[in-house]
Design a protein around this ligand. Structure first.
Ligand code: SAM
Ligand code: SF4
Length: 467
């Protein structure tokens, strides 16, 4: 998935009155340094990192533009979680091989930058900046070096205890704000590049998180989503030592905040107090994304996931026992080295047992620097595709049946989309179910409305505005 974004300066958090000219948070006009284009690949963490990078660039006097052709600085924020994602970036960079790049600054950020490092300069000599996410706090300095005439700069350290906090963040969505509360990862799943590309776990101070949430609420954001690769491993570095569940409750208490989301939770750190916080505080959304990866304990051990099938199911039971229903979604990898047909069937049976609301499923992709790269018994691409299709068919069946049972129910929806078709809107419930619905109202974007479900498909619901 790749996204290019273009948005006016008025969307800069903290700078809502700005219009055409870049201005520092203190109000001083900035020199016009040029224009930048930023394209993002990958997950929500990358999306949010890009929002912060855009903020850094805009606060230095760069204006954001829609196309690389119109830009003097071109940044690709990259993903290397699977091979295909990493390849996309090199094909983008390849587009400059025959083109004039006219002294433009071209930079590679994120996981591919961290993984490939200075080798990127060899493969694409027109690149002048390579920076991994653990070094983003150094970006302003790196840009200054390029502006001062340096030909190439790199930021590739991962041995940092810093988090990437910026004074200015250019946010993409006017209602939902992302907030990284923990960066990096200390787990060691044998298939995963994240511990290498994003460095060790660093939690952000609770007082700084709460300060930003208060600012966001003042700017009109009503939904915040707390982000981290293992968001529930949050360890407050301040003397308050706030637990993750306490942080959720404190964020929900901020005046103006109506919804608090969090992703991604790691099953081993998913404790009963998190479910208790969801039960106690309706503003904490009734949705937990709890990646399982496999339904086979043998495969989970080989993946070093630190829990068994049974232990995972205990976490599911905690949620199923909650006083309000909790939507549960997951990630699954099929075709991990050595996964037998019977082990794959265990994953299919887990889907039946848990009845997930939705699922992200992937074919195992061997990645550089990961222990599973050297594991034997690799599964053929054809077989991985077969398993993926079986899994997705099963999940489609489950979702269709679950969604059909919701017909007639009423949900609160944050309206985030307007269809080209007249009177048609869309939005999400707190359990993160998508509803397309009809309403005679003329302006609903950003508001919370009650919607009655009138129809259901496997991936979304249809409804009508219930007044
Ligand atoms: N930190 C999260 C967790 O522990 O579940 C996941 C982070 S990762 C960005 C998102 C998903 O990508 C993982 O849950 C996993 O399903 C998938 N993934 C990671 N490495 C992969 C690989 N080498 N091949 C295929 N899928 C992979
Ligand atoms: Fe990767 Fe595992 Fe860390 Fe998730 S918990 S980011 S899958 S190493």
């Amino acid at each position: 998935m790749s996204k290019a974004f273009d948005i006016g300066l008025e969307s800069l958090a903290g700078e809502s009155s700005l219009r055409t000219e870049a201005v520092r948070p203190g109000g001083l006009a900035l020199p016009n340094r040029g224009t930048f284009f930023l394209e993002t690949f990958g997950c929500q963490m990358n999306d949010h990192d890009s929002e912060k990078v855009a903020g850094v660039l805009m606060s230095r006097g760069y204006q954001q533009v829609e196309s690389p052709e119109a830009a003097s600085v071109i940044f690709y924020n990259t993903c290397s979680i699977r091979e295909k994602a990493a390849q996309k970036v090199f094909s983008r960079l390849g587009e400059f091989r025959d083109k004039q790049h006219d002294g433009k600054i071209i930079g590679v950020l994120g996981c591919v930058a961290q993984q490939e490092g200075e080798a990127i300069f060899k493969r694409a000599p027109w690149v002048s900046l390579v920076c991994g996410s653990a070094s983003y706090s150094k970006l302003p300095g790196m840009l200054a070096q390029l502006e001062a005439g340096n030909q190439r700069v790199t930021g590739l350290d991962t041995d940092t205890d810093e988090t990437f906090e910026t004074e200015v963040t250019r946010r993409d969505n006017p209602w939902r704000a992302y907030l990284t509360i923990i960066e990096g990862c200390d787990k060691a799943c044998t298939y995963c590049v994240v511990p290498f590309t994003r460095g060790p776990e660093r939690s952000r101070a609770s007082d700084s998180i709460l300060r930003e949430v208060r600012q966001l609420a003042e700017l009109g954001y009503s939904e915040v989503q707390l982000l981290g690769q293992t968001v529930n491993s949050y360890a407050d570095p301040t003397a308050r030592r706030m637990r993750f569940s306490e942080l959720l409750l404190a964020v929900a208490e901020v005046r103006g905040i109506r919804r608090v989301r969090f992703t991604t939770s790691h099953p081993s750190d998913f404790t009963p107090d998190i479910v208790e916080a969801i039960e106690r505080e309706p503003k904490i959304c009734d949705h937990v994304h709890l990646p399982v990866q496999s339904g086979s304990t043998r495969v989970l051990r080989a993946m070093q996931r630190t829990y068994s099938r049974e232990e995972y199911l205990e976490k599911i039971a905690l949620m199923r026992g909650a006083s309000r229903p909790i939507g549960i979604t997951t990630d699954i990898i099929v075709g991990f080295p050595g996964e037998t047909e019977a082990e794959f069937e265990e994953t299919v049976s887990l889907l039946e047992e848990v009845q997930y609301d939705s699922l992200f499923s992937f074919k195992y992709s061997p990645r550089p620097n990961t222990p599973s790269l050297s594991m034997s018994d690799s599964i053929s691409e054809e077989e991985k595709s077969r398993r993926l299709a079986i899994l997705q068919d099963k999940q489609r069946e489950i979702q269709a049946a679950k969604n059909a049972r919701l017909v007639g129910e009423r949900f609160e929806v944050l309206v985030s989309g307007k269809s080209r078709r007249e009177n048609q809107w869309s939005g999400y419930t707190t359990a993160h179910r998508m509803i397309n619905f009809a309403s005679q109202e003329t302006e609903l974007l950003g508001t919370y409305v009650q919607v009655r479900v009138t129809g259901a498909g496997p991936n979304s619901l249809a409804g009508e505005h219930a007044v």
